[in-house]
Design a binder for this molecule. Sequence first.
Ligand code: SAM
Length: 443
Amino acid sequence: MASEAPTGPAGSGPATVGDVLTLDVGAPVHGGHCLARHDGRVVFVRHALPGERVRAVLTEVRRKGYWRADAIEVLTASPDRVDSVWSAAGPGGVGGGELAHVSLPGQLVWKRDVITDALRRIGRLDADHPALAGLSVERVPGDLERGGLHSRSRIELVADGEGRAGMHRYRSHEVLALTDMPFAAEPIAAANLFGRTWRPGATIQAVAPSDGEVLILVDGEPLRGGRRNVRERVHLADGREFAYRVAGGGFWQVHLEAARTLVGAVLEAAAVGPGAGVWDLYSGAGLFTVPLAGEVGPDGRVDAVEGDPRAIADARRNVHGLDQAVLHGGDVAAVLAEHNGHSGAAGAAPDAVAGPARGPAPHADVVVLDPPRAGAGAAVMDAVLAAGPDRIVYVACDPAALARDVAHARERGHELVSLRAFDLFPHTHHVECVAVLTPTTLG
Ligand SMILES: C[S@@+](CC[C@H](N)C(=O)[O-])C[C@H]1O[C@@H](n2cnc3c(N)ncnc32)[C@H](O)[C@@H]1O
């Protein structure tokens, strides 16, 4: 049973999980929490908003570190507070809907503030850095009309001990059964995932591709047998269209509008023309590789590096007929380290799977990189800088990792010259950035 702990500066005794505190909530921080303090100690509070006063139950207590808490009662509400669009993701519920109690405009402000904070604190950008000055998080088409719901072409569920589809409780392995998943695209919502039983413990993946029927994989196997891949089509605003084969359980941008939005933003940021040399790192099934190969044309070259063999197999098919696209399978750091100091022709990059040369070309005019949440890291960033690009286009799903890599590049003579951010995960803390870095010695 929760107990009210004193909120004064002294004499509160050892705090324990379940204690309830009154907290004045401060700025949002990366991960979907807001910052508060209790007796000088940092408390990361979920389900709250900046400026609110809340009663919050402690969910994690570190003797010498920070605490975590869930807001369970709002004493003074922010104007951005709304009724949660997904109560199952509320206090004590599943993870993945940590901004469901925030208005859609408020979510954009929240995410902008988190990006700005990360780039100032971790990236060491000045408060008035031009890339931050005009930053606003862009909403993608359809989200306002749908209230930020039904935008995901992919969801993953887990069956509980009774075979009911659900998701993990936040920061727990416990599965909570659900009756729906309001972020799933309509074709997935219509697939009756919650109206049947599954093998207890099974992982259920549902994919609604832009071209074709919903695919359901249970522990990686197609529910009804047959195909494991889906077809995706990406239509750009200028009328161009690209087609892809993608492994059902493999990586593809999740929001219905994400692939189109990011390809458009990357092509604009990369600004490559015929004959250019491009590296496309963490290239997946070739979402950027295919259009970049079109931009550089037959006289250019796109070296794509990807570690997942399924994605590389799909990419090989997706770049069919584009001889200027050269695929390299393997860990990005290993492929680039192997290449370092070798010419493309003489290098021995691990598992070069297509094209005339065995390693990425030693020089790149533009490097596009789209790493996983952990970011690229120092070794990859050093290899990117060593390729001497005029532009680095960094697609980031984690503002803190982006900020670390930006700091590394800035210490080595590159500057962040533009930054866009897209809300591709409404009602969650996630946000996608497209950053451009250029050498300070240029121009
Ligand atoms: C965020 S996804 C981007 C994929 C692609 N750019 C897209 O937008 O569809 C990151 C990709 O990096 C790959 N990856 C993750 N870590 C890697 C590593 N160390 N080396 C090579 N590829 C890696 C994953 O398999 C995944 O395909």
